[in-house]
Ligand binder design. Structure first.
Ligand code: CA
Length: 327
C-alpha cells in the first residue's frame, strides 16, 4: 500500500538566517519535545528518503512553516517565497517519485502571493500552498486575501491551513498565568494552535468564503482541528444566524475541506472523523520530522475500515486532489 503524506516539513538554513532578524522576540515556536534535529528538518535528500523508507512512507508532500512568511514584512516575504519555492522545486526534481511540494506564499502582499501561487503551480509543478495562521492578525476571509483564494480556485489546487500561534492578546487572555513552560505548550501544540486553526476555518465559512469560491478546497491537519467533534453543534447553533450562507455550515466543511492526522495516531478521533466525513475527505500525514514513527503506517494498515477506504486515505485521494500520477 502506497502512502502519501501531506504535512511534512523542511527548512533552508540560509533562509532561516535571513528571516531571523525580522521575527519578533518571543518564546521558541515549538516546545522542546517537538524540536527535531535540525539536520533532519534541513535534509531534502538521501537522509530524508532513508527515514521515509524506515517509516514506510512512499511520498512526502513538503512544506515550510518555520520561515513564517505571514509574519514578515511584505517586501521581504515576496522574494523569500520565490527563492524558497525555486529551491523546493529543485529538490523535488532530484527525487520526483518521492517528493512533491506545497508552495510558500508571501501573504502580506496578497496580489504577489496570488502571482507566486500561479508561478509555483504552473512553472514549478508545486501542488498547492500551505499557509500557517493569520497574516497581520487577519484570517484568510479578509477581503484583502481574495486574490489568493481566487488563484487557488482558478488553479484548482488546495490550500493547507496550518496551525500558528494566535495573537498575543489571545495568548495573554487564555494561556498566561501558568508555569512558563506550561503556558508555552498550552498556547501552541498543547491546545491553542488547534483551536486557532479551527476558528480560522470556521471564520472563513461564516464569512461566506466558500459561497464566493465554491471550487476552493482547504486541507486541515490534526483530524480537522476539533471541527468534526462539534460539527453538528455548529450546524445547529449557527444555522439561525447564517441565513446569508447558501448551505448549512456543516456542508462547507464536508464539501470543501479535507483533513489529515498530522501525526495523531489514536483510534477514537480517527473513527469519529471517518464517520463524520467519510474516507473521501481524509488524506494522510505524519508531520515529519516533528513526529517520526513507524506507527504511522501500522495505524492505517490496522484501522477498522474497508480496503477501499484504506486505499483512498493512503494515496488515492491525494493523487486526485494534488493531481499526482497514480502509483
Ligand atoms: Ca506541522
Amino acid at each position: 500500500m502506497n502512502i502519501i503524506t501531506l504535512e511534512e516539513h523542511f527548512q533552508f538554513p540560509e533562509i532561516q538566517r535571513v528571516v531571523a532578524k525580522y521575527l519578533p522576540d518571543q518564546p521558541a515556536f515549538h516546545q522542546a519535545a517537538y524540536d527535531p534535529p535540525l539536520a533532519q528538518l534541513e535534509d531534502l535528500g538521501e537522509g530524508r528518503i532513508q527515514r521515509m523508507d524506515a517509516m514506510g512512507i512512499d511520498v512526502q508532500v513538503l512544506s515550510n512553516t518555520s520561515a513564517r512568511l505571514p509574519a514578515l514584512p511584505a517586501a521581504e516575504a515576496v522574494p523569500l517565497a520565490r527563492e524558497m519555492n525555486d529551491r523546493l522545486a529543485a529538490a523535488i526534481a532530484v527525487h520526483p517519485d518521492r517528493f512533491a511540494g506545497f508552495a510558500a506564499l508571501p501573504t502580506p502582499d496578497p496580489e504577489a502571493a496570488a502571482d507566486e501561487l500561479e508561478r509555483a503551480v504552473r512553472t514549478l509543478g508545486l501542488k498547492g500552498a500551505l499557509i500557517a495562521g493569520r497574516t497581520n492578525g487577519r484570517f484568510l476571509d479578509d477581503p484583502a486575501f481574495r486574490p489568493i483564494l481566487a488563484a487557488a480556485e482558478a488553479l484548482n489546487v488546495p490550500l493547507y491551513l496550518h496551525p500558528a500561534v494566535p495573537p498575543q492578546a489571545v495568548v495573554d487572555a487564555c494561556y498566561a498565568d501558568l508555569d512558563p513552560a506550561i503556558s508555552l505548550s498550552f498556547a501552541t501544540a498543547g491546545w491553542s494552535w488547534h483551536l486557532e486553526t479551527g476558528i480560522h476555518a470556521l471564520h472563513m465559512i461564516l464569512a461566506g468564503v466558500f459561497d464566493r469560491y465554491p471550487g476552493l478546497q482547504l486541507i486541515l491537519g490534526h483530524w480537522g482541528e476539533m471541527i468534526p467533534f462539534y460539527l453538528a453543534r455548529f450546524d445547529e447553533a449557527l444555522r439561525p444566524v447564517t441565513k446569508h450562507l447558501q448551505r448549512p455550515v456543516a456542508d462547507y466543511f464536508l464539501q470543501q475541506m479535507y483533513v489529515t492526522p498530522s501525526g495523531m495516531f489514536t483510534l477514537p478521533p480517527f473513527i469519529l472523523t471517518h464517520q463524520i466525513m467519510g474516507a473521501e475527505r481524509i488524506m494522510y500525514s505524519v508531520d515529519y520530522p516533528y513526529i517520526q514513527t513507524e506507527h504511522a503506517r501500522a495505524f492505517l494498515e490496522q484501522a477498522p475500515i474497508s480496503p477501499a477506504d484504506r486505499t483512498k486515505i493512503a494515496h488515492q485521494n491525494a493523487e486526485l486532489v494534488l493531481k499526482l500520477a497514480p502509483r
